[in-house]
Design a binder for this molecule. Structure first.
Ligand code: BF8
Length: 644
């Protein structure tokens, strides 16, 4: 059995992994070990169970069958499996966006009294993007109209998604030329399912190109709607200090963990946790207060807008319960391990599901409704408070690890932070890249996966990038991983950043790693890239920029959709473990090579995070050369720069 230090880089997690071992409680790493060896056909993407003549599998050694029973080639099978992952990932993000649009309409029409449209600036800006005439209209009616327009884009059959108009003109032209411009969010996802039904699209390039179209409908559609409308409904984030890791759980308080993705419930829970009646009740049961913390992307939503602590990322959800200190964990949707119910059963922790889309057998379900948001939030917290009396003090074991961080960066506040109070502009950022003080920028995002040491790849990759004067932008579980290492503080620039990046961080007072939110907030990175192009001096398209992306510990289908919309937007994107496409050389070559000639971006796979960072740096240098930018001010060739 692997040691805790081999499973996780994070000392707090190591302690809880050891506790699980001592108490004989199965957690994700044990299930991972039990699953070895994993299915090689699945790993290569060469198993097809799309119709009932199958399942079929292609013999990777060339001795057995080389087509499915229907005659589908390995390239068709691999491409179909790949784009079906995009369909699921894009559907998850976009359905989240749909729910936020629905919540905005309910709030604006006065049916959900617990929400108020807090981001009025963004409301006006977004209304413009959607062509809404705001003259003489109040906030509520603009909000309602905007919500309706956004909702209509899910089922839209023709035309182009409105947010794509914010991409550089050259990028839009590429999407139109190669039929990748998303017409409607749901439409492109449905078309993936149609094309990949038996006997439809057999041209792997045609299949993949449509997959990119659906992914672009996620990035520039569903996810962007989720992010932007959340900013309107809950208020746009501003830089804020907070804390992270299991040490945020409190020994003498009622600990409530909010886990999942959608901020509609967690945002009101944040208010309900301060409710006097509940605080008094907590005191009655002997607790000093109610400690609300987040997990995974709900943590990021609460962190970005309220500065609530984050207990950790994907692989820590079971570990939080293992501390024995969690009275209640409420979950909504996505990245919630089914195993939570059995781990919770080993402790006093109450697990509560809240979404009609996500129920667990035998787990209490309290359905969330926007119209009664605060009342439901209070009902759930009350359960947690009442459960405090069941806590077994002897089993409480909270690791002391806790780190400070700054989160809350957005496309909009980046303009103000960089340009100053009276000059909203990204100019200083562009100038820093043009002059060679900054090498470029990288987005490092995505999940944890037990197939790689927890958090290690994120941290190692980001440190390598910082050292080489690359500004890093992060979301999701990757941001939480680096926050636990202390990389999301302005002070960390002194220790980890190269000289040029350090000068900028010191001058502006920002961390060298900017946390821009949850996974749907990767759409913020798209808009930042588009804004940098618009600022001028760095080419005409996103693919011209000295920038790259990575998901070093990816796990979910959402990560596949995210990677695909970044590639489709012109970004060189490195995944840690490969996508399950290696069974087809043609598909692999297309995704990691030829695609660059079409969309300007491509995938690369590299499990060694430092090597992967150097591949990103080599790509950034290639783009600097193409733009004929000044030599780097503090020239530092990454040791053995790898060819991008
Ligand atoms: O959406 S990074 S493990 S929590 S999928 Fe999930 Fe991956 Fe975390 Fe957020 Ni994103």
């Amino acid at each position: 059995m692997a040691k805790a230090e081999e499973r996780s880089y994070d000392p707090a997690s190591q302690k809880m992994i050891n506790k699980a071992q001592d108490e004989n409680i199965d957690i994700v790493w044990d299930r991972y070990d039990a699953m070895q060896p994993q299915c090689g056909f699945g790993e290569l993407g060469i198993c097809c169970k799309i119709c009932n003549m199958g399942p079929c599998r292609i013999d990777p050694f060339g001795e057995g069958p080389q087509t499915g029973i229907c005659g589908a080639s390995v390239d068709t099978i691999v491409a179909r499996n790949f784009v079906r992952m995009i369909a699921s990932g894009a559907a998850a993000h976009s359905d989240h966006g749909r729910d936020i649009a629905h919540a905005l309409i309910l709030a604006a029409s006065g049916q959900a009294h617990d929400y108020h449209l807090k981001g009025t600036q963004k409301l006006k800006k977004t209304a413009q993007v959607y062509g809404i005439d705001i003259a003489g209209k109040d906030t509520q009616s603009i909000g309602q109209e905007l919500g309706d327009k956004c909702l209509s884009e899910f089922g839209q059959q023709h035309g182009e998604l409105k947010y794509t108009s914010l991409a550089p003109a050259k990028r839009q032209a590429i999407w139109r030329k190669f039929s990748m411009m998303p017409r409607g969010i749901d439409r492109e996802i449905v078309e993936i399912m149609h094309r990949t039904h038996i006997g439809v699209d057999n041209d792997y390039k045609n299949v993949i190109n449509h997959g990119l179209r659906a992914a672009l409908g996620d990035g520039w559609g569903g996810s962007m709607i989720a992010t932007e409308l959340s900013d309107i409904l809950f208020g746009a984030p501003e830089p804020i200090r907070a804390t992270v890791n299991l040490g945020v759980l409190k020994e003498n308080q009622v600990n409530i963990v909010v886990h999942g993705h959608e901020p509609t419930l967690s945002d009101v829970v944040a208010d309900a946790a301060k409710d006097k009646e509940l605080l008094d009740l907590a005191k009655k049961y002997g607790a000093e207060g109610i400690n609300l913390v987040g997990m995974c992307c709900t943590a990021n939503e609460l962190l970005m807008r309220h500065g609530f602590p984050s207990a950790g990322n994907f692989l820590q959800q079971e570990l939080a319960i293992l501390t024995g200190s969690v009275e209640l964990m409420m979950v909504d949707v996505q990245c919630i391990m089914p195993a939570l119910s059995s781990v919770a059963n080993c402790f006093h922790t109450k697990l509560v599901t809240t979404s009609p889309k996500c129920k667990f057998p035998g787990v209490e379900h309290i359905e969330f409704k926007e119209e009664k948001a605060f009342q439901i939030a209070k009902q759930i917290i009350r359960l947690g408070v009442e459960n405090y009396k069941n806590r077994v003090k002897e089993r409480v074991d909270i690791p002391p690890e806790i780190k400070g961080l700054v989160a809350g960066f957005t496309t909009e506040n980046a303009f103000r932070i960089l340009g100053g109070k009276y000059r909203f502009t990204l100019r200083p950022l562009n100038d820093a890249i043009i002059s060679g003080r900054l090498r470029g920028a990288a987005g490092v995002v995505g999940c944890n996966n037990p197939n790689i040491k927890h958090d290690w790849a994120h941290v190692a990759m980001v440190k390598e990038l910082l050292k080489n004067d690359v500004l890093v932008v992060q979301t999701g579980c990757s941001a939480i991983a680096c926050a636990k290492e202390g990389l999301l503080t302005p002070e960390s620039a002194l220790e980890y950043a190269g000289e040029g990046l350090r000068e900028i961080c010191e001058a502006v007072g920002i961390p060298p790693v900017l946390h821009v939110g949850s996974c749907v907030d990767n759409s913020r990175i798209l808009l930042i890239l588009a804004s940098v192009v618009a600022e001028g001096g760095l080419g005409e398209d996103i693919s011209d920029l000295p920038a790259a992306g990575a998901a070093p510990e990816w796990m979910s289908e959402k990560a596949v959709s995210i990677g695909s919309y970044f590639v489709g937007s012109g970004v060189y994107t490195v995944f840690g473990t490969p996508l399950p496409v290696l069974g087809s050389k043609k598909v692999t070559d297309y995704l990691t090579g030829e695609l660059e000639n079409i969309v300007g971006g491509k995938f690369a796979f590299e499990q060694d995070p430092v090597k992967a960072a150097r591949m990103m740096i080599a790509h950034i240098d290639k783009k600097r050369q193409a733009l004929k930018l000044a030599p780097l001010m503090y020239a530092r060739a990454p040791e053995a720069a790898t060819k991008a």
